[in-house]
Design a protein. Structure first.
Length: 47
């Protein structure tokens, strides 16, 4: 029982860490995309 609880807590901790990591990568990619758009002069223009 104690081992099962430990594994559940460990799995929950790892999944939460993974979510924050993916969220951070998403923000970095968005920031890079914004920088490229600004550099190309395409920001704010809609077709």
């Amino acid at each position: 029982m104690k081992q099962a609880f430990t594994l559940i807590v460990l799995a929950a901790g790892l999944s939460l860490t993974g979510c924050h990591t993916v969220n951070g990568v998403g923000k970095d990619v968005k920031s890079a995309g914004t920088a490229v758009s600004n550099a190309s002069g395409e920001s704010g223009k809609k077709k």
